[in-house]
Design a protein around this ligand. Structure first.
Ligand code: TYD
Length: 210
């Protein structure tokens, strides 16, 4: 089915799956084609997202002087707050006729924050009530070992989640929660992301039918 009415497009996948690269390449594709578009990402570079990034890199000191690590419920609420503020900006770009390409969104919260088994996918959906709803989510599927090799070659870790045991659990969480996500947040296009950057981009453009 052609998906060319899709204007709000989200990229999802494990750390190292290539979401950032592929989101940028899709926006470049829109630019070449003369389609106005807005490239964005989560966590955002707004105040709430900036605070989250400090937590993700251990750069925020806790009461004992070590890295401040609130639990995944708190992280889920912070990501939701960042997303609800972000949604206003996303909606205004959509309203002005642009396509919006977003590197990570709500499905990341469902897959990552459920690292804590007391956090459920349904709870994540509930606390994100009112966020902008994507037209299509591109899930880039890449095995954990390949992701780890890619993040290892890029140097310093940018996230506390970039370990083998975390990524293995997050990979299972993505698979388990995709049906719930798709039932609430629209179509999911699954793309094998193990090929070259250009081949994966070509598969995405073909899959989106844009
Ligand atoms: P990431 O895409 O790695 O940012 P960058 O490429 O700029 O380093 O995203 C940061 C991390 O945040 C990543 O490990 C996934 C995690 N994350 C969540 O845990 N929940 C969320 O809702 C989002 C959006 C990201």
């Amino acid at each position: 089915m052609p998906l060319n009415n899709s204007r709000f497009i989200v990229f999802e996948g494990l750390d190292g799956a290539g979401t950032t690269t592929q989101a940028a390449k899709l926006q470049a594709h829109f630019t070449r084609r003369g389609t106005p578009s807005f490239l964005t990402n989560e966590p955002t570079s707004e105040p709430i997202g900036t605070f989250i990034r400090r937590l993700l890199t251990g750069g925020e000191a806790g009461p004992d002087g070590g890295p401040y690590r609130p639990g995944e419920h708190s992280m889920g609420l912070l990501f939701a707050a960042d997303r609800l503020a972000h949604s206003r900006s996303i909606q205004s770009h959509l309203d002005s006729g642009e396509h919006v390409v977003c590197d990570r969104y709500l499905l990341s919260s469902m897959a990552y924050q459920t690292l804590d088994p007391d956090v459920s996918g349904e709870w994540v959906v509930d606390v994100n009530y009112g966020c902008a709803v994507p037209d299509v989510t591109v899930f880039i599927a890449v095995p954990v070992d390949v992701c780890l090799a890619r993040v290892g070659s890029r140097g310093a870790a940018t996230s506390i989640y970039e370990t083998k045991s975390h990524l293995e659990t997050i990979a299972r969480n993505y698979e388990a929660l995709l049906p719930l996500y798709a039932s609430r947040f629209g179509r999911v296009l699954r793309i094998d992301g193990t090929a070259s950057v250009d081949d994966t981009h070509a598969r995405i453009v073909e899959g989106l039918a844009i």
